[in-house]
Ligand binder design. Structure first.
Ligand code: NAD
Length: 352
């Protein structure tokens, strides 16, 4: 594949760029470098073989059109997005601009690029979330046939972009694919998200914030397994199809945080606060907080032979080790203005 990857300076995008480039695919990473992109991530990627970076907004049609003309990709993996639910509650506007309007403009640029290539297909993989399906009760799981019931401005904007992508396939014959994935974890995740928030707070002996009673259930997937799934879908998925991706690793938020605390106990046994679990603090719940997500991955397993490789405990331990081993990465985020302060509607950060 000759790949354009949007959002490649972010958490999941950087894992996709890394895996694709090390597998020998030429990659052009297009990223606007919003607050969510870390310069350290970019410099890690810079030494990859066959890798080029372009700083641009996906909604900047002239720049994107020129980039597609010059690089001539046969496959586009679209990850660029505003991705944090709490931010979408406090200020939905950028979510509409990037996730909906930006995706629309990128689809149009891709359509023009595909038309210019005539004989050869251009594949467009839109990377979406299981949050578009809303919240599950105590049983059952999401799959490719689940109805859309987004509950937050973030998930509504992703749902809208899924619909645009589908329509560009049906109406214009673009070779579109959609993936809906569960919660990811791993290195290089912006520290406003739950797992890095917990590790940072535990490292510093600060309160570890958990929304409500921590009973919400999420299905966790290591980011490298997600990257592998995306490259398989991009290469071998059937245009027009959707693929549900997940880790088959459901945990309540409280269980997940306790596991992280136990790993921190092993890594940093001598603390002034005793066991790291002592730092857990319950804070006011997020409005519209989905209770449970779970994903049935039968289709991608059977159609593309993909299964997650990383066991949750092992992946969490590796993630803790990465954060403990890369304090400079977090310092860079802080230097750019991230304080870990509350965003407004709830007490301390700690969102999933
Ligand atoms: P992230 O916030 O870490 O990274 C997003 C990247 O997109 C950043 O590098 C940012 O600079 C870039 N970006 C934002 N707006 C842009 C614009 N207008 N033009 C160009 N670049 C822009 O996000 P993430 O967690 O890596 O998520 C990546 C994608 O995967 C998103 O589409 C998200 O909806 C989806 N997803 C995420 C998860 C998860 O658990 N994090 C799960 C399922 C799906």
């Amino acid at each position: 594949m000759r790949l354009v990857i949007t959002g490649g300076a972010g958490f999941i995008g950087s894992a996709v760029v890394e895996l694709a480039a090390t597998r020998g695919h030429p990659v052009l990473n297009i990223d606007a470098l919003t607050y969510a992109a870390n310069p350290d991530t970019l410099s890690t990627l810079a030494s990859l073989p066959n890798y080029t970076f372009l700083q641009a907004e996906i909604g900047d049609s002239p720049t994107i059109t020129k980039a597609l003309d010059q690089f001539a990709p046969d496959t586009i993996i679209h990850l660029a997005a505003e991705s944090h639910v709490d931010r979408s509650i406090d200020g939905p506007s950028p979510f509409i601009d990037t996730n909906i309007v930006g995706t629309f403009r990128l689809l149009e640029a891709t359509r023009a690029h595909a038309a210019s290539r005539r004989a050869s297909e251009v594949r467009f993989l839109h990377v979406s979330t299981d949050e578009v399906f809303g919240s599950l009760g105590p049983t059952g799981s999401f799959d490719e046939t689940s109805p859309y019931r987004p509950n937050s401005p973030y998930s509504a904007s992703k749902a809208a972009s899924d619909m645009l992508v589908r329509a560009w396939g049906e109406t214009y014959g673009l070779a579109v694919l959609i993936s809906n994935c569960s919660n990811n974890y791993g290195p290089r995740q912006y520290p406003e998200k739950l797992i890095p928030t917990v590790i940072e707070a535990a490292r510093q002996g600060r309160p570890i914030p958990i929304y409500g009673q921590g009973t919400q259930i999420r299905d966790w997937l290591h980011v490298d397994d997600h990257a592998d799934a995306l490259l398989r879908i991009a290469a071998d998925g059937q245009p027009g199809e959707t693929y549900a991706v997940g880790g088959r690793a459901e945990r309540t938020n409280l269980d997940l945080v306790r596991t992280l605390c136990a790993i921190m106990d092993e890594r940093c046994p001598d603390t002034d606060w005793g066991r790291h679990e002592n730092l857990i603090t319950f804070v006011k719940d997020r409005p519209g907080h989905d209770q449970r997500y779970a994903v049935n991955t039968t289709k991608i397993e059977q159609a593309l032979g993909w299964t997650p490789k990383t066991a949750l405990r092992e992946g969490l331990a590796q993630t803790v080790d990465w954060y403990l081993g890369n304090p400079g990465w977090i310092d860079r985020v802080r230097a750019q203005g991230f304080t870990g302060e509350r965003l407004g509607h709830a007490d301390p950060v700690g969102a999933v």
